[in-house]
Design a protein around this ligand. Structure first.
Ligand SMILES: O=C(O)CCC(=O)C(=O)O
Ligand SMILES: [Fe+2]
Length: 359
């Protein structure tokens, strides 16, 4: 199976890892108080947690197979679907097209992004078309995976909405399916035996990420530290995290933490690495800013923050397009292009200084 953690190469026990809290999705969906509290603690402290009993295990396995089949297609076939340099996310992203740091170091991963809107409108494309293997597995794999992943993320979103003291439906309606949005499913492939960064440090652009790893390589930097720690993949457990849109909507109460993908540790580095993700992102026209009018908790936090820190002045579509565009090496004009890709221009505090501990 692609990206499977083989018995021959278990995750090593001598690398620094960050133990994430395990949240039980079934208990969350039943409204279990203890589980809701544990989710809230994870969302407001690290912004990352494991999710078990999510019910998407079979569809995730199918997605690993579909992803491998697709990314094994001849490059000239995949290139017909390349996302390009204009900030479009959907389609194929070829290896070596984006920067992984301020020096402009070339990435070594390729990935395929399938828009939620194209899945929901199948067989009629909303945004674009995809390689033949995607079309062939749309009904048996991709539609079930996307529908179930939407359900999981919407359940979590509804809990955060309540915990933040927002009116019922306030967050949900920013993600309703009446208008196009940036939500997408992703399959990432990293070649074996790499020594450099796969995906450079970043925070996710959107609202919530539902991620599935078999091999290690994902690392997170806990807020307030300068340390990169591996997140160990656990069979059947998804890794979930808060993205920038939700951090902004909540006035920073929910945290979107820096993470990156490095070569798998130890003996795992001999293997090709695949990962599968589903990103829930707001409707295209939603402006990314704190929802202080709807919640006293958010209003109090925003009042204490420097003015404009949680008001980007950008719609979700503009925010995503700008950051992707700045990542593409073709658009690089120097280190500033990399910093602009991090998405913190609006708050006057550059992530560069945050990362290096000056702030
Ligand atoms: O492959 C992974 O484990 C994480 C990928 C990631 O962070 C992303 O695609 O945003
Ligand atoms: Fe990410």
């Amino acid at each position: 199976m692609p990206g499977l953690t083989t018995a021959a190469a278990p995750f090593p026990d001598d690398v620094p890892t960050h133990p994430l809290v395990v949240i039980d999705y079934e208990l969350l969906a039943q409204g279990d108080r203890h589980e809701v509290d544990a989710l809230w603690k994870a969302g407001t402290e690290l912004g990352f947690w494991y999710l078990k009993n999510h019910g998407v295990e079979w569809e995730v396995d199918q997605m690993f197979d579909m992803g491998a089949e697709t990314l094994d297609l001849p490059l000239d076939e995949l290139m017909k679907f390349e996302q390009g340099d204009n900030g479009n996310s959907f389609g194929y992203k070829a290896r070596g097209t984006i920067q992984t740091d301020a020096n402009g170091t070339r990435d070594n991963v390729e990935f395929l992004n399938i828009a939620q809107d194209d899945v929901l409108s199948w067989p009629h494309p909303t945004h674009r078309t995809y390689p033949s293997t995607v079309n062939a597995h749309m009904e048996d794999t991709i539609i079930p995976f996307v529908r179930k992943s939407m359900q999981v993320n919407n359940t979590i979103l509804t809990i955060f909405e309540r915990q933040l003291g927002l009116p019922q439906g306030a967050l949900a309606q920013l993600h309703s399916t009446e208008e196009p949005c940036g939500s997408e499913a992703r399959c990432i492939k990293t070649p074996p035996r790499q020594s450099s960064t796969g995906v450079g440090e970043h925070t996710d652009f959107g609202t919530l990420t539902f991620l599935h790893n078999r091999l290690g390589g994902l690392q997170v930097m806990p807020p307030g530290t300068q340390k990169w720690l591996y997140v160990k993949p656990l069979p059947g457990h998804a890794i979930c995290n808060v993205g920038d849109a939700l951090a902004l909507f909540s006035g920073g109460i929910l945290r979107s933490s820096l993470h990156r993908v490095m070569p798998p540790p130890g003996a795992q580095s001999q293997f090709e690495r695949y990962s599968i993700a589903f990103f829930t992102r707001p409707r295209d026209s939603v402006v990314l800013r704190a929802l202080w009018e709807g919640s006293e908790m958010i209003a109090r936090t925003v009042l204490q923050a420097p003015e404009g820190k949680y008001d980007t002045g950008s719609t979700s579509a503009e925010w995503i397009a700008r950051r992707i565009k700045k990542l593409r090496l073709k658009n690089r004009q120097g280190p500033e292009t990399w910093y602009a890709s991090l998405g913190t221009e609006h708050d006057g505090i550059s992530r560069r200084r945050c990362v290096r501990g000056a702030v």
